[in-house]
Structures are given as structure tokens and as C-alpha cells.
Design a protein around this ligand. Structure first.
Ligand code: NAP
Length: 272
């Protein structure tokens, strides 16, 4: 019960990783506000948090909208009484709503670039920006931004996603410096590959347009399995709980001297 009594917001809390993070926080005693674009997904995870014995609240939020993010923080404080931990997990690959024709940069629609940055970067910026005054006033708090191993180095298949996640890592460092005088720790987690809805869609694009697989007849899940086998030294997928446990650690007293860091949870896929 390392987080007993703490109140946490998890954006994208209804998604694959988000659910794992919410449940890990709840198992350590945190009360969890499950925020997601999809209200039904948020409700489902909030019920699961309740079943663990923690108080929960589901809120529909589009993190790319300033008014909705403000409502999320205001409603959390009104209904839960406080805010101690912010986890920014909402994110998109950019391929969610689109057919990809190739990996060439000229085939990346400008709208797809903008959508990716609107959620992955602007969303993190807006959530950090809105929670910062709350934490500053309390002279304590924890912010954990979910970046990605894709933010550590470029990716030929996901240039917009990679750039947005590199931005999250850099922004996390800036926030850590700003918030250090107020005893607020700001860190990022860089997950490797977890088979969630983001990859259910992403693996279809991978199999269809990546030069290694295009036209080979290799199916989406098989293609992703091959990437895991060849690029992750442990040769295994990570799980939502692996990420949830890292978040719990960064939110706990044990991480009191850690700020501005980006923690890779990726089976050795990248060293830094
Ligand atoms: P996911 O299952 O698709 O979860 C993402 C969640 O964010 C979904 O519930 C999605 O709602 C929500 N969302 C999308 N746009 C939003 C918006 N504008 N406002 C609020 N919520 C929004 O994917 P995931 O794998 O759990 O990804 C979670 C985070 O981990 C993302 O930031 C992702 O980049 C990062 N990550 C994932 C992996 C991986 O291998 N899975 C690796 C590295 C990093 P909808 O379902 O309605 O779109």
C-alpha cells in the first residue's frame, strides 16, 4: 500500500496500458480517476478499480482540448478532494483512423502528423500545464508522462509518433526543472512493445507497408512477433502491468530523488 490515500488521474486510462496503470495504482491504495476519450472504456476500468477496493471516478476527456483538461482537473478536485499524481498515458500512433499506403514521408498526410502531435504532445502539455499550479500550491506532487522507446530514436515507420514521443521526453525534462523548487517529481516512462489496441491496428500497417513484410504474406500479429524476436533482447512483449509497476515506483516515496528521467521498460530494446 505504497500509495495509500493518494489521488491519481490517469489519462487514456481506458486503454491497454492505461488499464494496467490504473489497476497497479489501485492495488497500492491510490484512488483513481480514469480519464479517456471513450467514456465506456473509462467506466469499465473504473469498475475494476472499485473491485480492488479503491475509490474511482470515470471522466470523459479529450486531452487535446484545453477546456476538457481543465474540467478533468477541476472535477477531480471537486469530487475526490485533491490531486497527488498525474499520469499522462493517452496517445495515438497516428494510424488509428487511416489507411497507410507506404512509409514514405510524402505519403504521410499532414493531418495525420497534426493529429498525432495534438494528442501525444499537446495533450501532455495541456495536462501538465493544468495540474502544475495544483502541485505547486501543495508543494508536492508526481507527474509521470508515458513516452515510448520510439521517442529514443527515429523510426522509419512512425516518424510523427517517434518525434512526438521524443518531444514528451524533452518536455518532461523541462517540467522537472520548473517543478523541482516545489518538490514535484516529473518523469517519463518509455515502454517497448505491448500488444494493446494501438498495436492491433499498428501491426496491420506494419505487415502491409513495412519493406520487411510488404507483399510477403506475413500476417499482422506474426510480423509484430518477428519484430519482438529480433529487436528485443528478452524476446518477449512487455505487459501493461510492467508499465504500471514502473509508474507505481515513480509515484512512490522510493523515487523521491528521481526527477527528469525517462525510464525504459522495454526488455533491453534500447540502452540509455
Ligand atoms: P490504446 O489501448 O490505444 O490506449 C490509448 C488510449 O488513449 C485509448 O483508450 C484511446 O481512446 C485514448 N485516447 C486517444 N486519443 C485520446 C484523446 N485525444 N484524449 C484522451 N484519450 C485519448 O494504446 P496503449 O498501448 O494503451 O497506449 C497508451 C500509451 O502508451 C500511449 O501514449 C502510447 O503511445 C504509449 N505506448 C504504447 C506502447 C505499446 O506497445 N502499446 C509502446 C510505447 C508507448 P480510443 O480507444 O477511443 O482512441
Amino acid at each position: 500500500m505504497r500509495l495509500k490515500g493518494k489521488i491519481a488521474i490517469v489519462t487514456g486510462g481506458g486503454g491497454g496500458l492505461g488499464e494496467g496503470i490504473c489497476l497497479c495504482l489501485a492495488r497500492e491504495g491510490a484512488q483513481v480517476v480514469v480519464s479517456d476519450l471513450d467514456r465506456q472504456l473509462a467506466d469499465t476500468v473504473a469498475v475494476k478499480v472499485g473491485e480492488i477496493g479503491s475509490r474511482s471516478l470515470a471522466i470523459k476527456t479529450d486531452v487535446s482540448r484545453e477546456d476538457e483538461v481543465k474540467m478533468l482537473v477541476d472535477q477531480t478536485i471537486q469530487e475526490m478532494g485533491d490531486l497527488d499524481i498525474l499520469v499522462c498515458c493517452a496517445g495515438i500512433s497516428g494510424y488509428s483512423n487511416r489507411e497507410a499506403s507506404s512509409i514514405l514521408i510524402e505519403d504521410l498526410p499532414v493531418e495525420q502528423w497534426d493529429e498525432t502531435f495534438a494528442v501525444n504532445m499537446r495533450g501532455v502539455f495541456l495536462c501538465n500545464r493544468t495540474a502544475a499550479p495544483v502541485f505547486r500550491k501543495k508543494n508536492q506532487g508526481r507527474i509521470i508522462n508515458i513516452a515510448s522507446i520510439a521517442g529514443r530514436k527515429g523510426s522509419e515507420m512512425l516518424p510523427a509518433y517517434s518525434a512526438s514521443k521524443a518531444g514528451v521526453i524533452s518536455f518532461t525534462q523541462s517540467m522537472a526543472l520548473q517543478m523541482a523548487p516545489h518538490h514535484v517529481n516529473v518523469n517519463a516512462v518509455c515502454p517497448g512493445i505491448i500488444y494493446t489496441p494501438i498495436w492491433e491496428r499498428g501491426s496491420q500497417v506494419l505487415a502491409k507497408v513495412h519493406p520487411l513484410f510488404a507483399g510477403s504474406g506475413v500476417g499482422p500479429k506474426e510480423a509484430l512477433d518477428m519484430v519482438v524476436q529480433t529487436s528485443i533482447p528478452f524476446k518477449t512483449y512487455q505487459t501493461p502491468e510492467d508499465i504500471g509497476k514502473a509508474v507505481v515506483f515513480l509515484a512512490s516515496e522510493e523515487a523521491r530523488e528521481i526527477t527528469g528521467q525517462a525510464l525504459n521498460v522495454c526488455g533491453g530494446m534500447y540502452f540509455s
